[in-house]
Design a protein. Structure first.
Lengths: 123, 261
């Protein structure tokens, strides 16, 4: 399982990476916004994407929309992990086709739960 | 005080205008056009005079407000402090750097600590298993000698590893000292922002005074571009008691399940 973690703060990427490692995922790459993530996704055969929303350059929402519009990537499971907590935004992300939504600050248990749910639904 | 003065002036002007207006009406009633023209000129003069006076007053307060913007620095020490303060964004960058350093230091130590803890647990588990066999008298003498040696080594390791765990935890504790410094920096920047805000409000009041005397009415274009959930994101919500903000993961889950997730 190859996972891409996208967040503009390296600290957050490191936390997510550590939690993923605890869950048994070791093949993890990182990007700091949508602009750097998109080419990696297009060339890298990723199985799962975890992305923040609010990032300079290309935001997580724009990345989500770009992925759903891309013939080769549109089925990629996406978990949004973000401090964006407005109801409108969560609804908008759901409508844009996100597979899960975790608000920061979050716990290891919540992250694990959401990741497992996403894969249950896919299988 | 200036508030009171201004009202006095407005009243005085209103009286004068009323006087001239009555005289103008009388003149027109009498059909005395030249007197009427004279009255109109006088009306204009009252208007101009009050306008000049008001502009003078506004100029003075504007001047004062602008001077207040330069926060007074009396001695060298204050000046130094202010030149640092003035660069609020630098100070906040410093906060970002400090918190990030601390987070990374903490994570370094956690990453160093976790394997130590899990190795101790593994070794303790293995020894407990053999210890059980020994108690059940299932152990050959050669195995016992081996266990004896392992327990000896394990006790040594517990001492050195728990020292390491303790040391790492103390360092993690110390890595939280950023809170003190960043707290102070943020408080300073906050008070600077408040001060600037106060001065801006005063300027706004003055600008609306200018509008009032000059009789300018603004067309308040469409200043609201809200509604649409911005794809750029809005940043963390500080106040989760607001209706349109979720207060935690449970509410996110409820909302999503109501949408069929």
């Amino acid at each position: 399982m190859k996972i891409l973690v996208v967040d503009d703060f390296s600290t957050m990427r490191r936390i997510v990476r550590n939690l993923l490692r605890d869950l048994g995922f070791n093949n993890i790459e990182e990007a700091d916004d949508g602009n750097s993530a998109l080419p990696m996704l297009r060339n890298g055969k990723f199985d799962f994407l975890i992305t923040d929303w609010n990032m300079p350059g290309m935001s997580g929402m724009e990345l989500l929309q770009a992925i759903r519009a891309d013939e080769n990537l549109k089925n990629l499971p996406i978990l949004m992990v973000t401090a964006e907590a407005k109801r409108d935004q969560i609804v908008a992300a759901a409508q844009a086709g996100v597979n899960g939504y975790v608000v920061k600050p979050f716990t290891a248990a919540v992250l694990k739960d959401k990741i497992e749910k996403i894969f249950e639904r896919i299988e | 005080m200036s508030e009171l003065n201004r009202e006095d002036i407005t009243e005085e002007v209103a009286e004068e205008l009323k006087g001239h207006a009555t005289a103008l009406k009388d003149a027109l009633d009498r059909g005395d056009i030249s007197d009427a023209m004279q009255r109109i000129a006088e009306l204009g003069e009252v208007r101009d005079r009050s306008l000049y006076r008001e502009v003078g007053r506004l100029t003075r307060s504007l001047h004062e407000a602008l001077r207040n913007f330069e926060i007074k620095a009396e001695n060298r020490e204050q000046q130094e402090e202010l030149s640092k303060m003035a660069d609020a964004s630098d100070r906040l960058d410093y906060v970002v750097r400090l918190t990030s350093d601390s987070a990374n230091k903490t994570m370094d130590l956690v990453e160093d600590t976790m394997p130590v803890a899990s190795n101790l647990r593994e070794e303790a588990n293995a020894i407990r298993e053999d210890w059980g066999r020994l108690r059940r008298r299932e152990m050959k003498p050669s195995e016992f000698r081996e266990l004896y040696r392992r327990i000896d080594a394990f006790l040594d390791r517990i001492v050195s590893d728990s020292d390491r765990l303790h040391g790492n935890l103390s360092e993690i504790l110390l890595a939280q000292d950023f809170q003190d410094i960043t707290g102070q920096v943020i408080q300073r920047v906050t008070s600077l922002v408040k001060e600037v805000e106060d001065h801006l409000v005063k300027l706004m009041v003055m600008a609306s005074d200018v509008d009032r005397i000059a009789g300018v009415v603004h067309d308040d274009g469409d200043s609201s571009q809200e509604g649409e959930a911005s794809s750029k994101g809005e940043g963390p919500q500080i106040d989760d008691s607001q209706q349109d903000v979720v207060s935690g993961q449970d509410e996110v889950d409820d909302l999503l399940s109501s949408l069929g997730f």
